[in-house]
Write a protein that binds this ligand. Structure first.
Ligand SMILES: Nc1nc2c(ncn2[C@@H]2O[C@H](COP(=O)(O)OP(=O)(O)OP(=O)(O)O)[C@@H](O)[C@H]2O)c(=O)[nH]1
Ligand SMILES: [Mg+2]
Length: 156
């Protein structure tokens, strides 16, 4: 069976680093300019993971609002644990998508706080309000340093 996952979050939070890890791509990513769809075989399933480009809230909202309607098995809303602005951007993306009548439609919505290693080093961690995002779960990761098995848990 195919499963569909969407990665959302503003520029620099680590979406492509995460999908590269999951897809086994070893070179470090450049800033994402176009939507990337990655096909990953894991846990006996084929996953189609959509990496949405855009540095700022409005670019991302614009791109997602143009994507043909796909029902995602899981949306991963990614922010940088050390940067509050990246978390507020998620609230704004969710709100604006609804204004376009494109409220996130996903069986599950998870909030992913990335750069756990950096957060530990700096002693800074911004915590999400899951109710603002209709999210069921909050997970902290390091897309660079966590073992692959841990990152695989993000897949439905
Ligand atoms: N310390 C640390 N840095 C990370 C981690 N994950 C990603 N980064 C760094 O964050 C930067 C941005 O990562 P990307 O994966 O390109 O981020 P993105 O969300 O895809 O950003 P755009 O493509 O620009 O929209 C890179 O320099 C990564 O090396 C992490 O877990 N820890
Ligand atoms: Mg990227």
């Amino acid at each position: 069976m195919r499963k569909y996952v969407i990665l959302l979050g503003i520029g620099g939070v680590g979406k492509t680093t995460l999908v590269y890890r999951l897809a086994g791509i070893v070179n470090p990513p450049a800033p994402t300019k176009r939507p990337g769809i990655y096909r990953v075989f894991a846990k006996g399933e084929w996953y189609y993971i959509l990496d949405v480009p855009g540095q700022y809230v409005n670019d991302i909202v614009d791109t997602v609002s143009r994507i043909i309607h796909i029902f995602f098995d899981r949306a991963l809303l990614v922010y940088d644990l050390t940067r509050a602005d990246t978390l507020y951007a998620l609230y704004e993306i969710a709100e604006k998508l609804c204004l376009y009548h494109k409220c996130l439609s996903a069986a599950e919505i998870w909030v992913v706080g990335n750069k756990r290693d950096l957060a530990a080093r700096l002693g800074v961690e911004h915590k999400p309000d899951l109710s603002k995002l209709n999210a069921q779960r909050y997970v902290k990761i390091s897309a660079i340093y966590d073992p692959l098995e841990r990152l695989m848990e993000l897949l439905p």
